[in-house]
Design a protein around this ligand. Structure first.
Ligand code: NAG
Ligand code: NAG
Ligand code: NAG
Ligand code: NAG
Ligand code: NAG
Ligand code: NAG
Ligand code: NAG
Ligand code: NAG
Ligand code: NAG
Ligand code: NAG
Ligand code: NAG
Ligand code: NAG
Length: 758
């Protein structure tokens, strides 16, 4: 008997046999993707299936419609589609019942919806795992995928991932629940991707719902020669677990020449994939007393079933163990036994490839927490779709994930909510994310981490900072509050709460804290390059910090401060901005530290908070000191002092100087016209004078005695970035400062209000 080579049978014939009694559609999800809400739902007249719009299940993408030319060939739900002009990964999130087996199908009809006549190709993912590459270029305008999968959580994500220039599209998604114990290699062995599902008949019509109560689509198959189709009008019992449609069982193929075997061959793609076969049989001929039908079944010569006789008018399904077909060519052979008077027969058959889904989803409680945050804050980042951590290439923006533990799911470890409109307290579910940010520590652990408080890093507000090792590897800075600090506990609490609320690349991260009786400790990320003050004073050794580096540090710390002022609601005032609170990580990225004094300040119609004046002498805003009015402009003042330090590298307060306070002194020098002597002599001539000049002008405006005349931090950030641009565009040496007469000193600084040290 001639052997046949089938390629993949893609289900693409949409004609349906006549309607029978409508069936229960419980658990079906039938989405006509891109359908407008006004037209949803509708009943497909051929199948009786109720299709709905996909608009509530995905936040992104746009509706498109195939060119009218395709209307003749295709019907709903394939006429409209959703396409995705934005983002790399766009995902549907569907509610399913966990640990239930589903048929999951999707169809893609391009139909020149965009008039570009360019067939899209892209990847389809199921959760974190790649399902299939969709290449409409190779297909006959339309393609479909279909798999059997058992979700392990109650939501299922189907994602379209852009892989090239073309935009992903999708026409329909159909999800049907099935009994758990029927298909598949069993739990933990991957899912099944449908290769083909066919019945044997010489016709053109698919069989699907309602004839197949699970809405599997069965395509007719009949080779041109050497086969014969037999059929029956009698009813066939299909009460087994497979529920193969009676219509599909009612016809069968046999070889025309009774002595020859029935052979079916096909290719697998990729050739290395294991194949699962489900063979559906029923005897549909009335056999006489002296007739028998009996045959052996060979699949790759290894899965032999001997002397099989299909039961009379009753479905019997044989499943074969998975087989790797040599060279990707599979051959199924049904061979008549010696005693058989009739040739072999087959009614219907399904072939699947096993697809492995190796990537585990991110820890479910982390996913739940992050999704809560997304919903609460209505975050609309285009990347916040699909699994937060997997695949690593598509990790959500602003998240960092930990993949170290290969055997367990990835965890979300950092959530950076900078530049988002967040209001209110940190949500409770954030605190539930144990791996995120905050760990609780005992005093004994802290003692051990710091090796009995061996290495002092410095003195912070209200306590000493020690070096420690977390789990013996990760370096941390641990601030222990001194027992005598009366204000300590309040400050400590303020700092923990603030650090829990704010996360920004230019703010020092809290790693954890210890709150055990008298022992209060804060664990921060370790900043190996110390603080800005140490660098300016030369205490850290090394070469002189260049003007460019100083500017970058200034921009970074200004951004941290800007975030406190405008990125948080209610906004925060740091209240202790100073050069020793600007810390530097291994890449010299600046982060603002020491939030112990921070307070939130009201916006809108309340104008100030009356507080006990707190801060560091020299950096303290004189207006705040005199009035007790706390506004964010007090931080601007302190930041201006930091800028003056960065420019001049002079002490803030020097009693031996003509003018004690740095603001007075620089004002005095400017009035004398002695600009050059303001600038840190260590810089030599190695700077763009326009850049330094602009920074100086900015610094002086920040320390304006009137808070109303100080710029806000957004302005400061912008101006500093301009300074950096000047410096970056500098070619060769600097221009002589004195010759830059075109830049006017336009600031208005006073020397009458002198900040007093407390
Ligand atoms: C999915 O389930 C969640 C939680 O049970 C529910 O809030 C949501 O409305 C459901 N979505 C749909 C489309 O049914
Ligand atoms: C695909 O669409 C084009 C444009 O309408 C048409 O010319 C072509 O025949 C279609 N191909 C198939 C296989 O339907
Ligand atoms: C099988 O094919 C015959 C001939 O084309 C057709 O009349 C019949 O309806 C088909 N049966 C099924 C179940 O498709
Ligand atoms: C089934 O019924 C049709 C029409 O009644 C008839 O032409 C056909 O021969 C029958 N087929 C069998 C196998 O009895
Ligand atoms: C059927 O196949 C056998 C074995 O190949 C052959 O001898 C016989 O001639 C064939 N019969 C017909 C009718 O072709
Ligand atoms: C079976 O019996 C019938 C008569 O009842 C006869 O015509 C036929 O040839 C027999 N078939 C075989 C294979 O012996
Ligand atoms: C299957 O049948 C082939 C051919 O008869 C034989 O060589 C092979 O050993 C059989 N395999 C099994 C697993 O029975
Ligand atoms: C399939 O058959 C080939 C050649 O007979 C053999 O090498 C291979 O191991 C078989 N694979 C399986 C999975 O049975
Ligand atoms: C913040 O809110 C404003 C106004 O509601 C909006 O224009 C802006 O896009 C939002 N920013 C982000 C990052 O969501
Ligand atoms: C690090 O140490 C903490 C506290 O001792 C522990 O809870 C955590 O699991 C450890 N993490 C790793 C990655 O070992
Ligand atoms: C401003 O004050 C009024 C009266 O005290 C109050 O009703 C209103 O909510 C306040 N507006 C804001 C934005 O706080
Ligand atoms: C900051 O000041 C600039 C003018 O210098 C103004 O345009 C901007 O709206 C201010 N930003 C905030 C958040 O107040």
């Amino acid at each position: 008997m001639k052997s046949l080579l089938l390629t993949l049978v893609v289900i693409e014939v949409f004609c349906i046999v006549h309607l029978v009694q409508p069936q229960n559609q419980d658990g079906f999800i039938s989405l006509d993707c891109g359908l407008s809400v006004d037209e949803s739902p509708y009943i497909d007249p051929d199948s009786g299936l109720v299709f709905t719009s996909d608009s509530t299940l995905i936040q992104t993408g746009k509706s498109g419609r195939v060119d009218k030319a395709f209307d003749k060939e295709h019907i709903k739900p394939y006429l409209v589609m959703r396409y995705f002009p934005e983002g790399l990964r766009n995902c549907y999130t569907l509610n399913v019942t966990r640990d239930t087996t589903y048929f999951i199908g999707a169809m893609f009809l391009y139909g020149n919806y965009d008039g570009l006549n360019t067939y899209p190709n892209f990847d389809l993912y199921l959760g974190p795992n790649k399902w299939e590459s969709i290449d409409l270029d190779r297909e006959t305008n339309v393609t479909g995928v279909d798999m059997i999968h058992t979700p392990r959580s109650s939501s299922l994500e189907i994602c379209l991932v852009k892989t090239g220039e073309t935009l992903p599209i999708i026409s329909s998604i159909e999800i049907r629940p099935f009994r758990n114990d029927v298909y598949g290699p069993g739990p933990g062995f991957g899912s099944l991707s449908s290769n083909f599902r066919m019945f044997f008949n010489d016709s053109y019509r698919d069989i699907r719902y309602p004839h197949d109560i699970h809405d599997r689509i069965w395509a007719p198959y009949f080779p041109e020669y050497d086969w014969r189709i037999i059929n029956t009008n009698l009813s066939i019992s299909n009460t087994g677990v497979y529920d193969t449609p009676k219509l599909a069982l009612g016809t069968a193929a046999t070889p025309s020449n009774k002595s020859l075997p029935l052979e079916i061959s096909w290719y697998t793609t990729p050739p290395t994939v294991a194949v699962y076969l489900y063979l559906h049989f029923a005897e549909i001929q009335a056999l006489r007393a002296n007739e028998t039908r009996e045959f052996d079944i060979f699949f790759n010569g290894s899965s032999n079933i001997s002397a099989f006789s299909p039961p009379k008018l009753e479905q019997h399904t044989l499943t074969l163990p998975p087989v790797l077909c040599p060279g990707g060519i599979c051959t199924l052979r049904l061979v008549r036994t010696k005693k058989s008077t009739l040739p072999p027969l087959i009614n219907a058959m399904e072939g699947f490839n096993i697809i492995e889904f190796p990537s585990t989803e991110t820890n479910p409680s982390d996913v739940a927490a992050i999704k809560n945050i997304k919903d609460t804050y209505r975050l609309t980042q285009i990347s916040w779709q699909g699994d937060p951590c997997i695949p690593p290439d598509y990790t959500w923006d602003h998240l960092e994930c930990d993949y170290k533990e290969k055997s367990s799911p990835p965890r979300v470890v950092i959530l950076d909510l900078s530049n988002n409109n967040l209001t209110g307290e940190v949500p409770k579910y954030l605190a539930k994310m144990k791996s995120l940010l905050v760990i609780r520590f005992t005093y004994a652990e802290v003692t051990s981490m710091t090796n009995n408080f061996q290495r002092v890093l410095g003195e912070g507000g209200f306590g000493v900072v020690y070096h420690g090792l977390l789990n013996g590897t990760e370096e941390v800075a641990i601030k222990l509050l001194s027992h005598s600090s009366a204000q300590g506990y309040k400050q400590f609490k303020a700092e923990v709460e603030l650090l829990l609320r704010v996360h920004h690349i230019n703010l020092v991260n809290l790693v954890g804290y210890c709150d055990e009786g008298d022992n209060l400790g804060l664990l921060y990320e370790y900043m190996p390059n110390g603080d800005l003050k140490q660098h300016l004073s030369g205490k850290r050794g090394g070469s002189v910090m260049s003007w460019k580096t100083r500017l970058i540090i200034a921009v970074d710390s200004a951004q941290g401060l800007e975030y406190l002022h405008t990125g948080c609601k209610p906004a925060m005032v740091h209240r202790d901005v100073k050069s020793s609170n600007i810390l530097l990580d291994e890449n010299f990225q600046a982060k603002l530290a020491d939030f112990g004094l921070s307070r939130s300040f009201p916006t809108a119609n309340e104008t100030y908070v009356s507080t006990v004046v707190a801060g560091t002498p020299g950096y303290l805003d004189p207006e705040y000191y005199q009035t007790n009015w706390l506004t964010e402009k007090s931080d601007v003042y302190s930041f201006g002092i930091v800028l003056l330090e960065v420019i001049s590298n002079r002490p803030i307060i020097a009693h031996a100087r003509e003018k004690t306070h740095i603001v007075e002194w620089i004002g005095f020098m400017l009035q004398k016209g002695d600009v050059r002597n303001i600038i840190d002599p260590n810089l030599g001539q190695d700077y763009d004078s326009g850049s330094v000049w602009k920074a100086l002008e900015l610094a002086m405006s920040c320390v304006n005695p009137s808070s109303a005349r100080r710029p806000n931090m957004s302005r400061v950030v912008n101006d500093l970035k301009d300074c950096l641009t000047y410096e970056n565009s500098r070619k060769g040496g600097s221009v002589d400062l004195d010759s830059k007469g075109s830049i006017e000193v336009s600031m208005n600084f006073g020397t009458e209000v002198i900040p007093k040290a407390r």
